[in-house]
Design a protein around this ligand. Structure first.
Ligand SMILES: Cc1cc2nc3c(=O)[nH]c(=O)nc-3n(C[C@H](O)[C@H](O)[C@H](O)COP(=O)(O)OP(=O)(O)OC[C@H]3O[C@@H](n4cnc5c(N)ncnc54)[C@H](O)[C@@H]3O)c2cc1C
Length: 384
């Protein structure tokens, strides 16, 4: 694996990034890429815990704690190219930990952040519900104040790391009639009485996912992250930072697919010459490479803007996530076409990417929601 190629995004990187990208890529190739794909959901869950310890133990979650967004993108590109499961583990450490970092809740930070960054504690981010997907403000999970504690009741669905996480960052309504302005955020240790893992939800790609439920689940007021009613804002701030990194993961998967397609097109001969000499194949490869470069430019522009200290990168992040995840889907699909039957064999790395890349257009806000965000931002500030 020769990923990532830093030349197209050079203008957005500092010198230290070249070193970091090379090291991340070496680590991913050495420790992650060679792992066989887990055979079933139980194996994927064990593998995710093992990857957590390895990736965290080697220090690769540190850019999350340092809020170094370009470094987060480079690490996700490298991990995703080697193993979409390893990338998902990284993503959830970010999603579950950033609300704690942003809220400046010292006791939660002491208990969870160092452990999460070192790969000793697995994080999860519990926002989605059966009746509240894109429409987050419609959530029905409640957190009712009762003296020095809150009582959580409700169900969360499609939660990554459900059943294997050590702690959940949970969004619940403290004032149900207030919609988004009545949502608060809490950190809930996985062993809290009243929190149960209901069932796994099985994807076509290895990715631990599932449903959790809260029934009279009591947590101390100290576990609230930020002010009451400000949880939705904390969630949005987290997504604002993480969405470009989803785009980076998409680029990592796309770059790996493009590399496999190029290698195949050069070596496979039909009609007496390599596939790479047919113009219809060249057209595909050219489009794939152009899409990938455009996606990476949007991703690193966003991360660079965030690293420069811009408080919100809502527009940049929505453009980066929507474009990169859609482009990656096209690139991986075209790679399969170039590979022919070999590309749809379950053992082929491109087939693995094909099954994994699809979900990126859905989680952390679907493409349609990103487009609504972009249009909303442009209407507020047409010059943007
Ligand atoms: C692999 C995976 C991992 C996930 N991990 C997590 C996790 O860790 N934590 C978590 O909280 N959630 C997680 N999710 C859930 C994810 O965030 C939701 O699936 C996503 O927000 C969309 O919600 P939904 O699936 O209910 O779709 P819906 O909201 O029902 O949308 C269905 C379709 O309608 C479109 N749509 C909805 N509203 C509009 C509109 N106003 N205008 C136009 N189109 C619209 C959507 O874009 C989509 O195409 C995960 C999902 C997946 C697939």
């Amino acid at each position: 694996m020769t990923i990532p190629d830093l030349r197209p995004i050079h203008a957005f990187l500092d010198e230290r990034h070249a070193l970091l990208a090379g090291e991340a890529s070496d680590f991913a190739a050495r420790e992650v890429a060679s792992r066989p794909e887990p055979r079933d959901d139980d194996a994927a869950r064990r593998d995710a815990r093992d990857l957590l310890a390895r990736v965290g133990g080697a220090g690769w979650f540190e850019p999350i704690q340092n809020q170094d967004w370009r470094a987060c993108c480079l690490v996700r590109e490298a991990l995703a190219a080697a193993s979409p499961l390893a990338d998902a583990v990284f993503a959830l450490q970010g999603l579950g930990t950033l609300p704690i970092l942003f809220s400046e809740n010292e006791s939660a930070r002491e208990r969870w952040v160092d452990a999460a960054i070192a790969g000793r504690a697995m994080a999860a981010f519990a926002m989605t519900e059966p009746e509240a997907g894109s429409d987050v403000a419609a959530m029905a999970t409640t957190a009712r104040r009762d003296g020095n504690s809150y009582r959580l009741d409700g169900t969360k669905t499609y939660i990554s790391n459900a059943g294997i996480a050590d702690f959940y960052t949970v969004f619940a309504s403290t004032e149900p009639k207030a919609g988004g302005k009545g949502i608060s955020c809490f950190v809930v240790p996985a062993d809290t009485p009243g929190l149960t893992f209901v069932r796994p939800q099985i994807l076509s790609a290895p990715h631990p996912l599932g449903e959790i439920a809260f029934k009279d689940c009591r947590i101390p007021v100290l576990n609230r992250l930020g002010e009451e009613g400000r949880g939705y804002a904390l969630g949005l701030r987290t997504l604002d930072r993480m969405r470009a990194t989803v785009g980076a993961a998409a680029c990592g998967m796309a770059a790996r697919a493009l590399e496999e397609a190029f290698a195949h097109a050069r070596s496979r001969r039909q009609f007496g010459k390599p596939l790479a000499e047919f113009q219809l194949i060249q057209e595909k490869l050219a489009r794939m490479a152009t899409d990938l470069t455009a996606a990476r430019l949007l991703v690193y522009r966003c991360a660079w803007t965030a690293d420069r200290g811009q408080a919100r990168v809502t527009l940049e992040a929505a453009m980066a996530k929507a474009f990169a995840t859609e482009a990656a889907q096209r690139i991986v699909d075209d790679a399969i076409q170039v590979l022919g039957a070999a590309g749809v064999m379950a053992s082929n790395p491109v087939d693995r990417l094909y099954r994994a890349v699809r979900a990126l257009r859905i989680y952390e806000g679907t493409t349609e929601i990103q487009h609504l965000v972009i249009a909303g931002q442009l209407m507020q500030d047409p010059g943007a």
